[in-house]
Design a protein around this ligand. Sequence first.
Ligand code: EPZ
Length: 430
Amino acid sequence: MDRIAITGGARLNGEIPISGAKNSAIKLMAASLLTEEPLRLTNMPRLADTRFLGKLLQRLGTEVVEAEGEDGPETLLRTKEIVSGFAPYDLVRQMRASFNVLGPLLARTGQAKVSLPGGCTIGARPVDLHLKALEALGARIDLHEGYVYAQAPGGLTGGRIDFPFNSVGATEHAMLAAVLARGETVMTNAACEPELVDLADCLNKMGAHVTGAGTSVIRIQGVGQLHGAVHAVMPDRIETGTYAVAAAMAGGEVRLTRTRSDFIQALLDKMVEAGVEVTPHNDGLTVRRNGALLKAVEVETGVYPGFATDLQAQFMALMTLADGESVIKETIFENRFMHAPELSRLGADIAVQGGEARIRGVQALEGAQVMATDLRASVSLVIAGLAARGETVVHRVYHLDRGFERLEQKLSDCGAQIRRLKGDIEGEED
Ligand code: EPZ
């Protein structure tokens, strides 16, 4: 298993181009199951997760071709025919978002058998809201031996879906199914994340009638069939926020391009409160910090436009060097502080109790061996390593490869001392 070694202390100066959003790309790829015509996705990130979903889609009947287009990487997906409606445990277990093929399969063919995804390190992550939404569209759902058997022999019908609380995945999943349902679907208490707006835009280009995406009420007029389209994946707001925090942690001046600062306003407000200089511009933003001590600030994660849970670990890394005590409350996932003990190995002073972490700023961090536990947790360790004295080695970087494209290159282009160490080390277990 690869590791990443960082020698801390180098300031970051330069430009980082932001890639297409992982969490949008994988839902857009699933949308290709809804039509027999080609869907061309541009600004595609090349990540373990997108490759992985590509493999599952190929099994279901999608032709997947990766190419280098005029404006960077793109993927052409074409599902002339669904050859299988079966998504096995091994494929869904490795990436939860694979579960979202269920709705499109059901909408296009009237049946599907998809493995339940199971829990993961950040929490139990049930899919009850996904299944209730599909039932509201007329699907018959049975659960046997870890599999969801879904049927709608006469096709799905529009319905009313009142979500009890916000779920990004369930809202996207319901949208992916309702676009081909007969009649109108109204979703209330829908999630408002920008990735949902991106999905709705793409579906509308494919001939769907979705309105209200980005607000809590989404209306969908079902259509008989969808057609091909070309769509550019939105910029990755979590990658944007991650490099913004990295620049603040290491010090220096970094311009983040090909992105949008408004997607991470809640993070930027907290960074400014902590004493970091942030300047938005047309194509992204510039983050600057010149050695001044950071102030400790309080953060509570929330649904969009609140502070993203996917940026919580990175911000915690930043607060380990702040002046005073900061409190971080995690409200979205019940177990998302796995990075805290690893940051403590670098000398951070963090006390976790329930959904709350108290971080007392220390004078300096010291490099150590640390273990990545999930995607965002692992990048928080890289960020901490940028400022730690000496060498930090992050183990199990396959987590990072799921969601950060060319991370070492993007950081080393700005002056970071970071390199990948290939292969196994003796005795390491997965
Ligand atoms: C998406 O997960 C993202 N993943 C997550 O990013 C992100 O942290 C999360 O949204 C919140 O923004 C992808 O887009 C692939 P939810 P999702 O459904 O859709 C509970 C990353 O690092 N819930 O909004 O799974 C759930 O357990 C990942 O890129 C139910 O109880 O999140 C959680 O507590 C990690 N029943 C809360 O809702 C359900 O049926 C919000 O989850 C569904 C969710």
